[in-house]
Design a protein around this ligand. Structure first.
Ligand SMILES: [Zn+2]
Ligand SMILES: [Zn+2]
Length: 204
């Protein structure tokens, strides 16, 4: 079972996409937890950037999250944001996917080719460890690639089948309205992921 199912009631009230000063965020795990507790966010998930070769102390991050769990009165999840590779594999050590509570995937640098994109996406959705499609459609929008509606329907059907959440990302203002409607028809669930890089952005 995907870990998020345990916390389904917090999908919109929680904040499920946060970066810390371990990578490009500005604040520490403790600062973010403190702020979440103060403004009454019931759940936060740390989804730090990862690669196959991580250049920072990932276990240090997990330790910081573990001690925060004891210190703060909120649900704290460990996670990671992994980049999709052209073959549909993820740029992350599979051990890390298993170790954290809430792995999400995203398209960052990628070939500008809709067929490779669709094929890789269908592959990654079947990865039993991943929970959420982060900033969905951001890459397509940036490079003006069009995902045909028929493909989108297949994708949302797969997301429903494999319990993959669709992120509502305020930073990128995604997904688009049309996507939201089709996703709802396929009973895909939404999760709030604001791509927080600074505590000021954390909102109840
Ligand atoms: Zn991202
Ligand atoms: Zn992110």
């Amino acid at each position: 079972m995907k870990v998020w199912k345990k916390y389904e009631e917090y999908l919109i009230k929680g904040e499920w996409h946060i970066h810390t000063n371990y990578t490009d965020g500005e604040n520490s795990v403790a600062e973010l937890c403190e702020r979440a507790q103060n403004i009454g966010i019931p759940l936060i998930a740390f989804t730090e950037h990862v690669r196959k070769n991580i250049t920072y102390d990932f276990s240090g991050l997990l330790n910081a999250i573990d001690s925060a769990k004891e210190q703060y009165d909120l649900i704290i999840l460990s996670g990671c944001e992994a980049k999709v590779l052209p073959d549909g594999d993820l740029d992350v050590d599979p051990e890390i996917l298993k170790e954290v509570d809430y792995p999400i995937f995203a398209y960052h640098s990628f070939p500008k080719d809709i067929d490779i994109y669709v094929k890789s996406l269908k592959h990654v959705l079947k990865n039993m460890d991943v929970c959420t499609w982060a900033h969905p459609g951001a890459f397509l929008k940036r490079y003006e690639l069009n995902l045909p509606e028929k493909e989108l329907e297949t994708i949302f059907a797969l997301m429903n089948k494999y319990d993959i959440l669709l992120e509502t990302n305020i930073k990128y203002n995604l997904p688009e309205k049309k996507w939201e409607e089709i996703a709802s028809e396929y009973n895909v669930q939404f999760v709030r992921g604001s791509d927080i890089h600074n505590i000021e952005r954390l909102k109840a």
